[in-house]
Write a protein that binds this ligand. Structure first.
Ligand SMILES: Nc1ncnc2c1ncn2[C@@H]1O[C@H](COP(=O)(O)OP(=O)(O)OP(=O)(O)O)[C@@H](O)[C@H]1O
Length: 211
């Protein structure tokens, strides 16, 4: 099956069932997960990313394009994640941040730099590869974080409230950019948010947990 298939994913904490989900997310589409604080949204992303705290118990499978990612170690899952904070490495240039994220299969410094610059261009940041991340605005940092996740050639995207720290106008721009890039690349997306406007902009199915 193309895209992301969540097959009976169940996450519990101390005997309390937080998440129970079976869904298909086609390539380029977004599944939005909403729910009150403590409902288990971040835990679901952590389960898919392979970094769920051992305090939780979890079962069920997640497959991307038929590959069972939940059976793989975290470093082999190739899941791209965007958090509230862009989390750029402060000791590297913008281009350095992207080059660090490129797969090892991309060989040669010149080619790695070219790929990084192309990805920056794709998010409206052409020519800014030499900048120190500390000199960027919040919106620019968010774009670099998106470019960095895209150059890593992920199988899918996990978004943990990635727009919540941006002001209204930037928020709209980033939503459009992220969802259009996901569509362009055919990546299934799982979005966690408290904001109904994010969910509407995502345009896909909305699942409420813990309600
Ligand atoms: N490492 C941990 N050990 C024990 N309990 C935890 C741990 N991490 C989170 N929890 C608890 O697990 C539950 C689910 O947490 P989770 O962070 O997944 O919720 P959330 O829906 O993402 O909440 P928020 O919207 O506030 O981020 C909460 O009750 C939380 O207190």
């Amino acid at each position: 099956m193309e895209g992301l298939f969540l097959d009976g994913v169940r996450i519990a904490l101390g005997g309390r069932l937080l998440v129970s989900l079976t869904r298909h997310v086609p390539p380029g589409a977004v599944l939005t997960v909403m729910g009150p604080s403590g409902a288990g949204k971040s835990s679901l992303l952590a389960y898919l990313g392979g970094f769920l705290d051992p305090a939780f118990t979890a079962c069920g499978r997640a497959l991307v394009d038929g590959v069972e990612i939940t059976a793989l170690p975290a470093e082999e899952r190739h899941v791209g994640i965007l958090f509230q904070d862009p989390l750029l490495f402060p000791h590297m240039s913008v281009a350095g941040n992207l080059m660090f994220a490129l797969p090892e299969s991309v060989k040669g410094r010149a080619e790695r730099r070219r790929r990084a610059e192309a990805a920056l261009c794709g998010v409206g940041m052409a020519g800014l590869g030499g900048r120190d991340p500390a000199t960027l605005s919040g919106g620019e940092k968010a774009r670099v974080a998106l470019a960095r996740v895209l150059v890593s050639e992920p199988r899918m995207l996990l978004l943990d409230e990635p727009f919540s720290k941006l002001d209204t106008q930037l928020r709209q721009q980033m939503r459009q950019l992220v969802f259009s890039k996901a569509r362009e690349s055919g990546l299934p997306v799982l979005l966690v948010t408290h904001d109904m406007a994010d969910a509407r902009a995502a345009g896909g199915e909305i699942v409420k947990i813990g309600a």
